[in-house]
Design a protein around this ligand. Structure first.
Ligand code: HSO
Ligand code: ZN
Length: 434
């Protein structure tokens, strides 16, 4: 077993990107220049950036009905059925989750009525990344929950060079309008609007470093979901795990990108050694080994722990995007863990199933963001907005402390507004300052 692959000191938390401050600054500057220009010049800037970054300028940015028909017709029928299956699974789960988002009316004190309503975000922009593979499930994950939430206008942007099947899936998933524009310029367009592309209320979906930086910079003007970094997978395992399965799942995610982070923590030295050997064996005949092997060599880790408690503590510490649990009683182990983007309980539940079609959303927090958030879901497309109404009998209980607090704080306008509710017959005197 190579010493460098078995570590006790874990590097997982190190940021995969952004260690170089200069590079960070130049990314920030490049993206802010792109956003400023799109905001100023609209479609003209989009044409320029498309030429510069994608080397194609679409005749028009919006995908026409005819192009959608062509994309659907060109799609292999089984591929289409598989995408429709993924859409229906993601929809079913999103619908079930949506059903848990209930309006609320409660009387917290006699006459004090408080509540909330669940209101869909009106317009949503789904960014669909290009990248190394045409990942057909990507548009499904950002568009389908928006349809379930009831968003009125769902647009999708994808790079002009994207595979036509990606356009077809955007349509099947329920996008109302689709645009061929990618990168930071697409994010800028959806945030500020151009002649062709409407501005939206919220932008969702993963992308490369430029897309992420653009989302970060337009946040505030629009809502965003999260800033997704390179994919991550970690498995916690005991001596009941199967090294062939452990290796296959780690390599599956490793093929995404050389920056993918993959790792295993196990209580078994034997499983650690055999998984290490198995990874090398499987890399020997994996067609995507150039990427997967590079990711494994750069970021791969196998950690040997003394106990299940250590496995759990370790998992909580790294707060990974995907956490697989391959232990004797995986449900019991899983119940003890709190930080993960999505949890894969037992060895049947491969991350790959969620990536493609089991129905959970594959857009998940990376870089330890799982400490404070879960992944993309139907709840990200709605607002939980409160309201209140006060009966006459509820006024004193609320107005009296409000008046005292306002006076203490020197907020006399607030004090008056509260006081006229308590003594409405004295409104003229109160507002006259007597
Ligand atoms: N693992 C990726 C999603 C994906 N992988 C889709 C393959 N297809 C991010 O969670
Ligand atoms: Zn994946």
């Amino acid at each position: 077993m190579s010493a460098q692959s078995i570590v006790n000191q874990v590097n997982w938390i190190k940021r995969p990107q952004g260690q170089d401050e200069k590079a960070d600054r130049s990314l920030t500057d490049t993206v802010s220049a792109i956003i400023a220009r799109v905001k100023r010049e609209g479609d003209a800037a989009l044409r320029d950036y498309s030429q510069q970054f994608d080397t194609v300028v679409p005749q028009q940015f919006e995908v026409s009905a005819q192009e959608i028909e062509q994309a659907l017709a060109a799609m292999d029928p089984q591929t289409r059925r598989d995408s429709e299956f993924a859409i229906s699974q993601v929809r079913r789960f999103a619908q079930a989750q949506f059903a848990t988002l209930l309006p609320l009316e409660v009387e917290t004190l006699p006459g004090v009525h408080l509540g909330h309503r669940i209101i869909p975000v009106q317009t949503v922009g789904c960014y669909v990344p290009g990248g190394r593979y045409p990942i057909l499930s990507a548009p499904v994950m950002s568009i389908v929950p928006a349809t379930v939430a009831g968003c009125e206008q769902i647009i999708a942007c994808l790079p002009p060079g994207a595979h036509p099947a990606m356009i077809a899936v955007c349509h099947l998933a329920g996008a109302h309008r689709i645009f061929k524009v990618g990168g930071a310029q697409a994010i800028a367009a959806m945030a500020w609007g151009t002649e062709s592309i409407p501005s939206v209320d919220k932008i969702v979906g993963p992308g490369n470093a430029y897309v992420n930086e653009a989302k970060r910079q337009v946040f505030g003007k629009v809502g965003i979901d999260a800033l997704a970094g390179p994919s991550e997978i970690f498995t916690v395992a005991d001596d009941t795990a199967d090294p062939r399965i452990l290796a296959a799942d780690l390599l599956a995610q490793a093929e995404h990108d050389i920056h993918t982070r993959v790792g295993l923590a196990t209580t078994s030295q034997d499983i650690a050694s055999r998984t290490l050997a198995e990874i090398e064996r499987q890399l020997g005949n994996l067609p995507t080994a150039a990427t997967a092997g590079e990711a494994w060599r750069r970021q791969g880790e196998i950690v040997v722990c003394d106990s299940e408690e250590q496995l759990v503590a370790f998992a909580d510490h790294i707060a990974t995007e995907h956490l697989q649990v391959h232990t004797r009683d995986p449900h019991a182990t899983a119940a003890k863990i709190r930080n993960y983007g999505s949890l894969f309980i037992g060895q049947n539940a491969s991350v790959v199933f969620s990536d493609k079609c089991c129905g959970t959303n594959h857009t998940l927090p990376t870089m330890a963001a799982a400490r404070y958030t879960g992944g993309l879901w139907v709840g990200a497309y709605v607002k939980v907005c409160t309201h209140q109404w006060i009966d006459e009998q509820g006024i004193p209980a609320i107005a009296e402390p409000a008046i005292r607090q306002s006076r203490t704080e020197g907020m006399q306008g607030h004090r008056r507004a509260a006081e006229i509710r308590l003594r409405p017959q004295e409104i003229d005197a109160i507002t006259a300052g007597t």
